[in-house]
Write a new protein. Structure first.
Length: 259
């Protein structure tokens, strides 16, 4: 009888994790460059109960049944599909149309530099002329950190990423793409790190100056999923209440009659 309690409990834990992912998606629905996360569920591997050290079987192991432990989160994965483009007319706002990521150098609290990748193209220029993202991380070009003279009267960026200041070529944005996005690990909300085994490929993305790529989260779909998760969570709660009621009757009523 207690098996049902464990099954219902694992169902509640699974739905709680799904709700956490949905809540994070909705919180970042307006975050530039954010990519929607999704969840799959799977059954726990069946646990085989074994009878051991039984003299009647000459100490041989004997299977006595399978026990299903309910459901668990199978995988949390990222949907890298293209988000909508919003025109901002900002000189240093850029959006990618197609496959690829902007490359930025992130310095952590320990002073270590990490190369990260992002679709968030809300860039600005520091007073020293360094092109940085919204968190102050240096945007990378083919020649390293991109530096543009702040006094430049006109700055234009071509669709291939070439940066021109007052008609002179400064650098070319470093756009990186990968063969398999499964080798990317999330770093914050809109950045990614390449894991060991990640293979780079030629990026096919075009750069659009004066635009930003919005989140690809579909708020209506997330709301529907949230309602579904809530109902499933409540169903598992009802299962636990039913088992609790049956156990109460078995212990306090049936057991009392038997005595």
């Amino acid at each position: 009888m207690l098996r049902g309690l464990y099954t219902a409990w694992t169902g509640m834990v699974n739905e709680q994790k799904r709700l956490d992912v949905i809540s994070n998606n909705m919180a970042n629905a307006d975050s530039v460059g954010y990519k929607d996360e999704r969840v799959t569920s799977q059954a726990f591997d069946q646990v085989l109960s074994i009878k051991i050290r039984d003299g009647s079987q000459a100490y041989h192991n004997e299977a006595i049944g399978h026990l299903s432990l309910g459901v668990k989160i199978g995988e949390v994965y990222t949907d890298y599909s293209q988000g909508s483009l919003r025109q901002t007319h900002g000189t240093y706002d850029m959006a990618l149309s197609g496959r690829g990521f902007f490359t930025v150098n992130v310095v952590d609290k320990a002073g270590n530099t990490h190369t990260c990748y992002t679709r968030n193209g809300q860039f600005t220029l520091t007073k020293d002329g360094l092109l940085v993202d919204s968190e102050g991380n240096a945007v990378q070009g083919e020649g390293g950190d991109i530096v543009i003279d702040p006094s430049s009267r006109s700055v234009s960026i071509s669709r291939t990423g070439q940066i021109f200041a007052d008609g002179q070529l400064i650098d070319t944005l470093k756009i990186t793409d990968f063969e398999d996005y499964d080798y990317l690990s999330k770093y914050g909300d809109t950045m990614y790190e390449a894991l060991s085994g990640a293979a780079e490929r030629d990026a096919s993305a075009e750069i659009l100056q004066g635009y930003t790529e919005q989140s690809n989260v579909q708020v209506v779909k997330e709301m529907v999923d949230m309602i579904t998760v809530t109902r499933a969570y409540e169903a598992n709660q009802k299962v636990i209440r039913s088992y609790d009621s049956m156990l109460d009757r078995a212990v306090n009523q049936v057991g009392r009659l038997g005595s």
